[in-house]
Design a protein around this ligand. Structure first.
Ligand SMILES: Nc1nc2c(ncn2[C@@H]2O[C@H](COP(=O)(O)OP(=O)(O)OP(=O)(O)O)[C@@H](O)[C@H]2O)c(=O)[nH]1
Ligand SMILES: [Mg+2]
Length: 419
């Protein structure tokens, strides 16, 4: 079995001539960090300029030949390409290179597989992997598939699935779907119970490695795994958080986003993500440290849109202010139009201000209150014009008025209640 030291990977990145060098550099750093998370060692990197994708080999045939030559000269045992390539392109490249080829989706799937702990996350990732592998089974020789084991983390993908044929894969996907349905049913019951209690809930969302779990731990004393690795968190964890005004809210930490998150994964994890997005408000965490902090933030915003949650109340947390950061990106983040707070979990900066903001958001939330008032209707003049009367009900003992009020005014209205 291959060890980390033996991994000897040729990394191919492709650059469109119009893309600026800062973004190109960031993308290279990101795939390197993804591979680092997998424990894969890159020994050689080729950046190819690519105007247009070749339908047979993704990169140009001449580039594929050049990569084959370099791979053989440097003794590489596998090739990673930082792009989503089709099964056909992959197969053709493997033939030219005589080495297993792993694309960006395979890298991300392998990280998810490595980091999944709960039964649900494991089922979700197994389904995504089975779907990824299904069109790739044809034409793969057993030998090549076994060689995939040469790339760490891809091992599971090659070894566990290869002896399965397509029909068996389909049956497995079916069984997984049923198991996931069962889990979702339980989740829906829990959700209903939570809704009934009208507890305000916040979801921490954002680019991977931004510090979501660190914030969760700092605010709730939860013991969620924090790691300087991408996709450390795959399961949603929810904890109670007591605000300074005494109110208890819920805070959820969940899976991070990345640019070009495989669609298969978004749909495999959609129920987990939806649960988070069902919260009353979204707390978007973005680290300032990344040279592409603004683009990363836009990826989060777009993923939230894709999941249909763009209308939720949002708060932006700009984390890791203790690190060096890019001024231009930071100004753009602050001017985006979402209320923000600047924090450092490491240096304990801004966490108190964050709690204040969360409190303010819960205060803005509207709720329904029923007042018991004197029958003479004198209470009407005391109802603020901003608050909507939903119903009035004259009963023998009192006039009952239902109104929608902001939480912040609950105490004011409670005082109007007839004793
Ligand atoms: N310097 C600095 N490091 C931080 C800060 N907050 C978090 N980190 C570090 O950043 C890394 C990632 O933190 P996590 O809390 O795991 O990030 P996450 O957003 O939950 O990441 P995923 O679950 O992988 O998506 C860890 O090494 C943390 O210790 C901060 O304010 N300053
Ligand atoms: Mg996390």
């Amino acid at each position: 079995m291959a060890s980390v030291e033996e991994d000897n990977v040729l990394l191919i990145t492709t650059v469109h001539p119009s893309v600026n060098s800062r973004i190109t550099y960031h993308k290279e750093m990101e795939i390197r960090s993804l591979l680092d998370t997998l424990g894969v060692r890159v020994s050689f990197h080729i950046p190819f300029t690519l105007k247009q994708e070749n339908p047979n080999t993704y990169i140009g045939p001449g580039q594929a030949e050049e990569a084959a030559r370099i791979a053989s000269e440097t003794g590489c045992t596998a090739v990673v390409i930082n792009a989503f390539i089709t099964p056909r392109e992959e197969l053709n490249l493997e033939k030219i290179l005589s080495l297993p080829v792993m694309d960006r989706e395979n890298v991300i799937l392998s990280i998810f597989m490595k980091n999944a702990h709960s039964k649900e996350a494991m089922l979700q990732i197994e389904k995504a992997q089975a779907e990824y592998l299904r069109p790739r089974l044809k034409g793969k020789t057993m030998n090549l598939a076994q060689q995939r084991g040469g790339v760490r983390g891809a091992k599971g993908l090659g070894e566990r699935m290869i002896e399965l044929d397509r029909r068996k894969l389909d049956r497995r996907i079916n069984t997984i779907d049923k198991e996931l349905e069962k889990i979702e049913k339980i989740r829906n019951v829990q959700k209903k119970e939570r809704r009934g209690s009208e507890v305000f809930s916040f979801a921490l969302l954002g680019y991977t490695n931004a510090g979501k779990s660190s914030i969760m731990n700092a605010l709730t004393k939860a013991d969620v795994l924090v790691e300087d690795k991408l996709f450390a968190t795959l399961d949603t964890t929810t904890r109670r958080l007591r605000l300074k005004n005494g109110e208890t809210v819920l805070l959820s930490d969940t899976v991070g986003f990345i640019e070009d998150l495989p669609h298969r994964l978004i749909s495999a994890f959609s129920s987990t993500l939806r649960e988070a997005l069902d919260s009353s408000a979204l707390v978007i965490v973005q680290d300032l440290e990344s040279p592409n902090s603004y683009e990363n933030f836009l990826t989060t915003i777009n993923t939230i849109k894709e999941l249909g949650a763009e209308d939720k109340i949002k708060l932006l947390v700009l984390n890791k202010v203790d690190k060096e950061y890019d001024d231009y990106n930071t100004i753009r983040l602050k001017n985006y139009g979402i209320d923000y707070v600047v924090t450092s979990v490491k240096e304990n900066i801004g966490l108190d201000a964050l709690l204040d903001k969360l409190e303010k958001i819960t205060d803005e939330k509207e709720t329904t209150i029923e007042l018991k008032t004197p029958l003479d209707g004198s209470a009407f003049s005391k109802i603020r014009k901003e608050d909507a009367i939903i119903s009035t009900d004259y009963k023998e003992d009192a006039l009952y008025i239902k109104i929608r009020v902001k939480k912040a005014y609950m105490a004011y209205y409670r005082n109007l209640n007839q004793k």
